[in-house]
Ligand binder design. Structure first.
Ligand SMILES: NC(=O)c1ccc[n+]([C@@H]2O[C@H](COP(=O)([O-])OP(=O)(O)OC[C@H]3O[C@@H](n4cnc5c(N)ncnc54)[C@H](O)[C@@H]3O)[C@@H](O)[C@H]2O)c1
Length: 375
C-alpha cells in the first residue's frame, strides 16, 4: 500500500457512525494515513447532515450502498447500519473488494453470518466485527489468566449482564424486529459471550437450551420519565428484553448465560469462570456494557489453604487512545498489512451461533443442536 492514504467510506450514518467518525478523525490527525471519501444512508439527506456535522468536505453521498460501491474506489468501509442490515451491505462491500468493519452483533441469524464469511473468503479481504471491549486491557487480562493455565481446566462458566432499566430507546431501531432482529440477546448479550468465549479460545458450541421474553419493553411505564414518546416506543417494541441459555461447548465446558435490558434487580450475577486449579470472579457492571465492572478475584488453594487474590483494575496509557481509537486503528492497520482481521469472523460466528440457537430453542421450547456449516 506504500504511503497511499486509505480511502474510507460509511454505510449507515446514524448514531454509532459518529463514534467511528470521531476515531477516524483522530487517526487522521495523528497519522494522516486515511481519507474519508464517501458515505450513504437510506434516509435521504442523512449522510449529508452527518458529514456537515463533522465539517468533513469533498465527500460524495448516496442513498444506496450499491450505488456508492459501484461509483467509488474504497479501501475500507464502516458498516454502521442496524442489525438486520449488517449482512447485505457487508456482502456487497466484500464483493466490490472492499475491507469491512461491521458493527456488533455480527448479524441476526447464523445463516447471514455464513453468507458474510463466504463473501469474505471469496474476496480475500478483511472482515472485522466491531467489539471494542476486546481492546480493553482488563478484558485482555482475562484471556491471559486462562492462557497461562492459572485456572487449570475450565469446566463451567457463568456469564451475562443486566440493566435495571436500560432499553436503548434513544433510537427506535433497537426496538423493532424489522430493524434490530434481536433485542438484549444480540445487543449486549454478544459482549458477555465474547468476554468468556474469547478467554477460553472460542470453543465450538454444540447444543443450547435457550429462553427469551419481553417483560418491560411493551410497557410505556418503562420509558417514563426519560423519553417523550413512551406509548409509541412500547407499541413498536417487538424484540426480547430478557434472554439466556445453557450451552454445551466443545471440550466439556458448560456455559450458563443470561442477559437483560430491564429487570427488577441490579445484576443477574458476576461472570464466574471455574477451573480445576482456580476460579475467577469478574464483577458485573450495573448497566451492562460488556466491560469489567471492578477488580477481579482469583480463588485458589495455597498449600491446602483457600485464598483469594484481588487483581487491581489496569489503567490504559493515554498514548494508546481510547477503545474506539484501538478498534478503528487496528482495522486500518490490518488493511495496510493485509490482515489479519482484529476481531475475526471465524470466532464471532460461534458467538452468533449461540444467539441463533437461543432464538430457535426458545421458539421450539426445547434443546437444539448447533451446526456451523463449512465456509
Ligand atoms: N459498538 C458499540 O458500542 C455500539 C453501540 C451502539 C450501537 N452499535 C451497533 O451499531 C449498529 C447501528 O446502531 P445505531 O445506534 O447507529 O443505529 P441507527 O438506527 O442510529 O443507525 C443506523 C443507520 O443505518 C441506516 N441504514 C440502514 N440500512 C442501510 C443501508 N442498507 N444502507 C445505508 N444506510 C442504512 C439507517 O437509516 C440509520 O441511519 C447496530 O448494529 C448496533 O448494535 C454498536
Amino acid at each position: 500500500m506504500g504511503n497511499k492514504k486509505l480511502r474510507i467510506g460509511f454505510i449507515g450514518t446514524g448514531s454509532i457512525a459518529h463514534d467511528h467518525m470521531r476515531a477516524y478523525l483522530r487517526r487522521m490527525e495523528k497519522y494522516n494515513d486515511i481519507e474519508i471519501v464517501a458515505g450513504c444512508d437510506i434516509i435521504p439527506g442523512k449522510a449529508d447532515d452527518f458529514f456537515r456535522e463533522f465539517s468533513v468536505d469533498n465527500v460524495r453521498t448516496y442513498v444506496s450502498h450499491e450505488d456508492m460501491l459501484d461509483a467509488e474506489t474504497l479501501d475500507g468501509v464502516s458498516v454502521c447500519t442496524y442489525n438486520r442490515q449488517h449482512a447485505a451491505p457487508t456482502i456487497a462491500a466484500l464483493k466490490h473488494g472492499v475491507n469491512v468493519i461491521v458493527e456488533k452483533p455480527f448479524a441476526v441469524t447464523l445463516e447471514e453470518c455464513v453468507e458474510m464469511m463466504r463473501a469474505e473468503k471469496e474476496s480475500g479481504k478483511i472482515l472485522s466485527i466491531g467489539f471494542q471491549p476486546r481492546f480493553d486491557r482488563n478484558m485482555q487480562q482475562i484471556k491471559k489468566i486462562v492462557d497461562a493455565g492459572e485456572l487449570g481446566r475450565v469446566y463451567y462458566i457463568q456469564t451475562g449482564g443486566g440493566r435495571r432499566r436500560g432499553i436503548p430507546a434513544y433510537n427506535g431501531t433497537f426496538l423493532k424486529d424489522e430493524t434490530a432482529g434481536v433485542g438484549a440477546l444480540g445487543d449486549i448479550g454478544c459482549y458477555s459471550l465474547d468476554m468468556v468465549l474469547n478467554a477460553v479460545g472460542y470453543p465450538t458450541p454444540l447444543t443450547v437450551t435457550g429462553f427469551k421474553g419481553a417483560y418491560f419493553g411493551k410497557d410505556p411505564q418503562t420509558y417514563i420519565p426519560r423519553r417523550k414518546n413512551p406509548e409509541y416506543l412500547a407499541r413498536i417494541f417487538t424484540v426480547d428484553d430478557f434472554a439466556g441459555g445453557l450451552i454445551r461447548l466443545e471440550g466439556g465446558i458448560i456455559l450458563d448465560f443470561r442477559i437483560s435490558w430491564a429487570m427488577n434487580m441490579d445484576t443477574p450475577g458476576d461472570t464466574l469462570i471455574l477451573g480445576t486449579k482456580a476460579g475467577l470472579r469478574i464483577p458485573s457492571t450495573n448497566c451492562w456494557n460488556g466491560s469489567v465492572g471492578g477488580p477481579m478475584t482469583v480463588y485458589w488453594e495455597c498449600a491446602g489453604q483457600s485464598v483469594e487474590t484481588v487483581l487491581p483494575i489496569l489503567k490504559d496509557s493515554p498514548a494508546d487512545g481510547d477503545l474506539w481509537d484501538r478498534k478503528i486503528g487496528s482495522f486500518v492497520t490490518a488493511i495496510r498489512e493485509g490482515g489479519p482481521a482484529p476481531v475475526p469472523s471465524s470466532q464471532i460466528i460461534k458467538n452468533q451461533a449461540i444467539i441463533d440457537g437461543i432464538v430457535r430453542s426458545a421458539e421450539l421450547g426445547r434443546e437444539v443442536e448447533i451446526h456451523i456449516p463449512e465456509i
